[in-house]
Write a new protein. Structure first.
Length: 138
């Protein structure tokens, strides 16, 4: 990765799931270009972010007052993803895996994929919500 800009890339998330997911994926594209990620790493990062953000809307109890943010930053160990939201507590490190894909919509593999492609470097519950930190494996 080229370390041209140490300022994190950031976008806000709101109750409009499809728009927020789109913003998150666009943020990955901009980050990948600026940091000259290899195509395979860029694709993995996009899928990782899409899964993490989608899970907020599909499983996080998002309501009209939902707000959150996504931040991407270049770290010495790889691309770092920080995801914050004001939803109920959810620690990915202790999450129970799905038995398989949902036959109606094809989901169900997101947590396993995140855990396979990223190191969960931190999860904490702060006064205003959850903060999850992931580092994409090389």
């Amino acid at each position: 990765m080229n370390r041209r800009n140490l300022k994190p890339h950031r976008c806000d998330l709101d109750a409009n799931g499809p728009e927020s997911i789109h913003r998150a994926v666009e943020l990955v594209r901009a980050f990948s270009q600026e940091h000259t990620l290899k195509p395979a790493q860029s694709a993995k990062l996009a899928v990782l972010v899409e899964e993490a953000v989608t899970n907020l809307y599909d499983h996080g109890g998002v309501t009209g007052g939902f707000c959150g943010w996504l931040e991407l930053q270049d770290a010495a160990t790889g691309a770092q993803v920080r995801l914050g939201d004001n939803g109920p507590p959810f620690d990915l490190r202790t999450a129970v895996q799905s038995d398989g894909p949902n036959p109606d919509r094809g989901g169900g593999a997101g947590l396993a994929l995140i855990q396979a492609w990223a190191d969960i470097t931190d999860y904490r519950r702060e006064p205003d919500g959850n903060v999850l930190e992931l580092t994409l494996r090389s």
